[in-house]
Design a protein around this ligand. Sequence first.
Ligand SMILES: N[C@@H](CCSCCCCC(=O)O)C(=O)O
Ligand SMILES: [Zn+2]
Length: 377
Amino acid sequence: SSSANRQDAKRGLLERLANGPVIGDGSFVITLEKRGYVEAGAWTPEAVLQYPEAVKQLHREFLRAGSDVMQTFTFYSSDDKLCLSGDNLDKTETINCENLNNVACDLAKEVANEGDALVAGGISPVPGYVEEKGKEFVMSEFNKQMKVFKEKGVDFVLAEFFAHIEETEWAIEAMRQLDIPIACSMRIGPAGDLSGVTPQECAVRMAKAGADVVGINCNYDPFICLDTMKMMKEALEEAGITSCHLMAQPVGWHTHELRDDVRGYTALPEFPFSMEPRLLTRTDASKFAREAFNLGVRYIGGCCGFEPYHIRAIAEELAPERGVFPPGKDKSEGYASLKKSVFKRQWERGSRQYWEDLIPAAGREKVKLLAQLDESE
Ligand SMILES: N[C@@H](CCSCCCCC(=O)O)C(=O)O
Ligand SMILES: [Zn+2]
């Protein structure tokens, strides 16, 4: 019966959250663009239909890194978004929301079953919302995905990258039709959403709309994200909402300038083709994981820029809490692996302290200084 299914589904995500951290996955469109399977600008997931092996490979890398969740690669897969993907997209009927979501569920499920991961059906903002096409239009786009997720029997649904609390509430309303756990994250920082609603109010409204897990994804680095999560946590407590879990999936770059900027990381001049100097190290990822866990966040993953090795750092940091190391432990003993080097100087780097004390250079300072010197001489 549906309640039994609900109970099974509930035990999956909610039981895991109750017993310790759930490790999310990481960056898809940004990572697959670097690998040549997604086109920048459009950032749409047609690779699901065109290059399924490339999508499965990335799922497998996150599984091996320790992700407990295989999120369907269905970000920006509403029909009104896919049709904006320019003429590189063959306009045949194969690349549309329904077909893409069907195959994406198969890919995520196949890899999830190679390990002990859950399948999350992923939804994201519909362009029709900001184009003021109204609730009926937006809900009809969400419902195309809900229909597939129901047929495919995903373990839970996850709404991400929402910038307006109203559209987020509509997404939760759509997800409630499936009677399985709901995770919901907005792309907001301390300055709140694009409608001027505070993070505190956003958290309470997501919970009241029916989300089982609420939080943040994308737009800001882990440390700005945690400041915002603290605001959300306190607001939920003040509202007497204790049943909601917290989730955090920040970007994998340092974005300290953006703390009070509602636009987030895509507003940086380096986005998208020169973000490399800002990339988090695995030590940054470990620090984020520990601070998130200490704050009470139990769904801990990453968004754009978070590569599998960043997720591995999270899974290794929280191994004591989880009681298990990631499947890829045969090729990583954390920093201790360096003890196996033939170079003696690597051995001293086989400690957490070395990497926590290091302020990594971007390697460009010298180039810039030399250029200035030339000018001044
Ligand atoms: N789960 C998704 C989240 C993507 S968040 C934002 C991607 C860029 C959006 C844009 O610049 O239009 C993914 O990892 O690709
Ligand atoms: Zn993102």
